[in-house]
Write a protein that binds this ligand. Structure first.
Ligand SMILES: Nc1ncnc2c1ncn2[C@@H]1O[C@H](COP(=O)(O)OP(=O)(O)O)[C@@H](O)[C@H]1O
Ligand SMILES: [Mg+2]
Length: 386
């Protein structure tokens, strides 16, 4: 085994190659037993490592314990398939924080076929698209989106097959089935003369998703996620935070799926067949989570002149789609009933904006706008709480 340590401030990286077994484990132990003082992060780069024995596993565990005892952490990077198998069979995959070694891809010469809030999409070949995330989006987040897409597909949601997480320089990506399709946003623009009919398709897809029952063991619960965001959000005082949480917990609980970013830029039309993409926020919860975000995009972003820029749908057409959509989705309720439901939609819009505010989506300028949105959309008695 070869071992190359590299110290950068408080982070000690040790690159390993060869085999980590009873013969070579003492070498690693010698380095880990006496790390330079002030090291709070230990990274073991397994790029060149092909095997780990039980003696090697014991050292990894003791290194992890040592780091956590001193308030630091151990991360293991670039773990090859064979070693992942060893981690999984021994149960060490649940004890150690590690990242798998990813296939490296280059986008040089590839056609860019789309761009969204999280990165760009490239055509790899006739069957495959690479969704390449911005560098600041970490691997766990990328892997989660891939995983949710797979689970949703298995649950019966029409969506692209997700293949594998790959690396592209410092960025991570996911390979998806290439849908021979255009976005619903584009499809609406082209078929604006039959907006009623196209909106029916949109409503149909949303209803279909919202009728798929799923388990909380498989998908996250939107209310739990949202409570976490509300707790972490600094725009509220304590009384407002408690009231928002309370309202959320009193809203109906559903065991059906939501997409949570269900705008026409995340729906692909294969001919007349709609299919969902961008599955990173899929969860279980009331459809009002989705309705809130759809209104945000089609109605409010359009009013701000941002709908076309963000999802590729004309800013004059989008609010017309919203009016038609919501009437149809809710089954054309009487005006007073509609007003009550619209209040509920606005509340869920506020909740989504709490999440978007925290994630920094849209940059600094948008961040302060989101703060205003949140208070405009909350029931006035909650916004007024001191
Ligand atoms: N599986 C796919 N097949 C074809 N085009 C896709 C696929 N996935 C994404 N795209 C294109 O890339 C764009 C951005 O993808 P999306 O997953 O929505 O990214 P973001 O999370 O950045 O919004 C889409 O609007 C679409 O045009
Ligand atoms: Mg998208």
């Amino acid at each position: 085994m070869k071992l190359v340590p590299f110290l950068d401030h408080s982070c000690l990286t040790v690159a390993l190659s060869g085999r980590l077994d009873s013969g070579t484990a003492p070498m690693l132990r010698a380095v880990l037993d006496e790390p330079p003082s002030g090291v709070t992060e230990l990274v073991l780069d397994f790029d060149g490592l092909t095997y780990v024995s039980s003696a090697g596993l014991r050292i990894l565990l003791s290194a992890q314990k040592k780091m956590s005892d001193c308030g630091g952490r151990l991360r293991i990077r670039n773990v090859c398939r064979d070693i992942v198998d060893i981690f999984e069979t021994t149960g060490f995959d649940r004890l150690l924080a590690f990242e798998k070694k990813r296939r490296q891809l280059s986008v040089e010469g590839l056609e860019r076929i789309g761009r969204g809030a999280n990165g760009e999409c490239y055509k790899v070949d006739e069957e495959t698209v690479l969704k390449l995330y911005y560098e600041y989006i970490d691997e766990a987040c990328v892997a989660r989106e891939k995983d949710l897409a797979r689970k949703a597909f298995l649950a019966g949601v029409p969506t692209a097959i997700s293949f594998d997480v790959v690396a592209c320089g410092n960025r991570k990506g996911v390979l998806y089935e290439l849908l021979k399709a255009e976005t619903l946003a584009r499809y609406i623009e082209k078929n604006v003369h039959r907006l009623e009919e196209v909106t029916d398709m949109y409503v149909g897809l949303c209803r279909r998703l919202h009728s798929i029952e799923a388990s909380r063991e498989t998908f996250p619960d939107a209310v739990e996620l949202a409570c976490g965001y509300i707790d972490a959000c600094d725009v509220f005082n304590d009384a407002q935070r408690a009231a928002v949480r309370d309202l959320l917990l009193r809203a109906e609980r559903k065991n059906t799926l939501i997409h949570w970013d269900l705008h026409p830029g995340n729906i692909m039309m294969q001919g007349d067949e709609p299919c969902l993409i961008d599955m990173g926020d899929v969860a279980i919860g009331t459809p009002f989570f989705d309705l809130g975000q759809i209104k945000q995009v089609l109605y409010y972003y359009a009013r701000m002149g941002l709908c076309h820029r963000i999802i590729g749908l004309n800013d004059e057409i989008a609010p017309r789609v919203w009016q038609l959509f919501i009437g149809k989705y809710l089954g054309h309720p009487a005006p007073d009933e509609f007003a009550a439901l619209d209040g509920k939609i606005n509340f869920f819009r506020a909740v989504k904006n709490v999440f978007l505010y925290l994630s920094g989506s849209g940059g600094e300028a948008m961040r302060s706008r989101r703060r205003d949105f949140i208070f405009e959309m909350l029931p006035p008695e909650i916004a007024a709480l001191k």
